[in-house]
Write a protein that binds this ligand. Structure first.
Ligand code: PPS
Length: 310
């Protein structure tokens, strides 16, 4: 599938089992699929725009026992290897350097180089996850965000991210999203798949909206899941340091270090609004009714419940 970005570039997405993925991910698919997970790996799993960066910062703050300086050691994208990530070849880079960079920017290579216990990240569905994660009974931390806010957030992200196709108008994007024609596939399949797995594996299933409503309560769950003990004062500090306002100002989390040619934050900020219910500022009444009908059909039979406003 070839789509044109706002820069006029052709973004040629590729598919695996009907799911659209970044071309470089698909080009490295066999290596990604044969990735060897270890029993003490913790995998952060999310659909794009569901609060990945937020939960990564929370997990790292817990891991570093609330030490802000240690969390400042590098940008968040480098702290937890993104297993399916492979940076597309950069034509302007010298061949020798390119060989090095191609490996460096492969999530699987970074994961292999990381000492255990490893904390890794993925946006993959249960269906596409490398099988060794299931075989090794790893811990999974899944964060789900309501579909309407995910759609809005993803729309603005595609406007500013030149590695992703131009989303077109909001009306066009609405169709693209409900048909699952976005990178990493259908929100419905992703959330349903992980929800169905949660009682069969070690999965802590959290909701963005719950973290927003009561961060301390949800952070305590993560602390317990990671097998840590933590003073209340440290948890309070983590709540403060991982607030939207703090993370928006933090260059280690706000993507300000990413080149404008990749993410143009003058179009839309990576840390855009960080709220529950922004969908109301985007969905028309007709779109909302249609979406609710589609949601009922696609999510029929699941017990999952989303909060749509706080
Ligand atoms: S990505 O590109 O898939 O990794 O994006 P992801 O990090 O999953 O999601 C980005 C959205 O999460 C919001 N965000 C937060 N919300 C509340 N509190 C905190 N601390 C926080 N950090 C990130 C971010 O603003 C994006 O949502 P929108 O609705 O676009 O603002």
């Amino acid at each position: 599938m070839a789509l044109t970005s706002e820069l006029g570039k052709q973004i040629k997405l590729k598919e695996v089992e009907g799911t659209l993925l970044q071309p470089a991910t698909v080009d490295n698919w066999s290596e990604i699929q044969s990735f060897e997970a270890k029993p003490d790996d913790l995998l952060i799993c999310t659909y794009p725009k569901a609060g990945t960066t937020w939960i990564q910062e929370i997990v790292d703050m817990i891991e570093q026992n609330g030490d802000v300086e240690k969390c400042q050691r590098t940008i968040i994208q480098h702290r937890h290897p993104f297993i399916e990530w492979a940076r597309p070849p950069q034509p302007s880079v010298l061949v020798l350097r390119r060989c090095f960079l191609l490996n460096y920017f492969k999530g699987v290579e970074k994961a292999k180089a990381m000492p255990s216990p490893r904390i890794l990240k993925t946006h993959l569905s249960t269906q596409l996850l490398p099988p060794s994660f299931w075989e090794n009974n790893c811990k999974f931390l899944y964060v789900a965000r309501n579909a309407k806010d995910c759609m809005v957030s993803y729309y603005h992200f595609q406007r500013m991210n030149h590695m992703l196709p131009d989303p077109g108008t909001w009306e066009e994007y609405f169709e693209t999203f409900i048909n699952g024609k976005v990178v990493w596939g259908s929100w419905f399949d992703h959330v349903k798949g992980w929800w169905e797995m949660k009682d069969r594996y070690q999965i802590l299933f959290l909701f963005y909206e719950d973290i927003k409503r009561d961060p301390k309560h949800e952070i305590r769950k993560v602390v317990q899941f990671m097998g840590k003990n933590m003073d209340e004062t440290v948890i309070d500090k983590i709540v403060q340091e991982t607030s939207f306002e703090k993370m928006k100002e933090n260059p280690m989390t706000n993507r300000s270090t990413v080149s404008k040619s990749i993410m143009d934050q003058s179009i839309s900020s990576f840390m855009r609004k960080g709220t529950v219910g922004d969908w109301k500022n985007h969905f028309t009444v007709a779109q909302n009714e249609r979406f609710d009908e589609i949601y009922r059909k696609k999510m029929e039979g699941t017990s999952i419940n989303f909060c749509m406003e706080l």
